[in-house]
Write a protein that binds this ligand. Sequence first.
Ligand SMILES: [Zn+2]
Length: 252
Amino acid sequence: MVNALWVWQTADRVLLRIEDHDRQRSRHEFEAAIVEDLDWLGFVPDGPPVRQRERGDIYSQALETLKEQRLVYACRCARPKRPPSPLAGTEVAAGDGGRYAGTCRDRGLDDTAGVGLRVRFEPSVERFVDLRHGPQEQRPSEQCGDLLIRDREGNWTYQFAVTVDDYVQGVTHVIRGDDLLASTGRQLQLARLLGRREPPLFLHHALIMKSATQKLSKSDGDTGVRDLRARGWTPAQVIARARELMEASERR
Ligand SMILES: [Zn+2]
């Protein structure tokens, strides 16, 4: 929602993408709520929403591109358990959850039901200029190791799905919370392996807080807009309040 506020007035085109790559967790009613809230606020995306759950063919094609380069291998390891994210479910897997040691790299496992898939990350230094934080330097092979692109339940991972989508949809600007700053390098490395020549520009903003201690909780389908609307706020008041929250979060 806040991202929308940032870009809506300046962008040529704004796309709405429903990031429901995780079929076990995604809830259809959340999508309807998001679209309706945006509509009520007066934000109408250019074109119909793109749903990750409907893009399996596109992700499979991207997987083939990596397989042709012999970069993909099957992995039986369980994902490390992480504490629940304070934000949307999608971010749980996106933060820094430790480095994968490469246990299955040379085991030559078959890609059968119940195994995950990883892409080999050779050592690289990813440099980019974040539009808020300035020059960054990240080493994905040291940070996260070989990136999981499909989990053992058959879900495409967040990192893979958004990198493919940003490429295929020609996304030029990615504006998102600071919790994803550390994973930008791995998306850049993956995008290059997929064949993308010009990566998008990134801006990472402070996480928006309802108060000093309380984060907005998208996992409840809570955009924050519902409550305010029910209490009689107008769209203009909600937008003004979102700007205030954003500015206050930046100062923290
Ligand atoms: Zn493994």
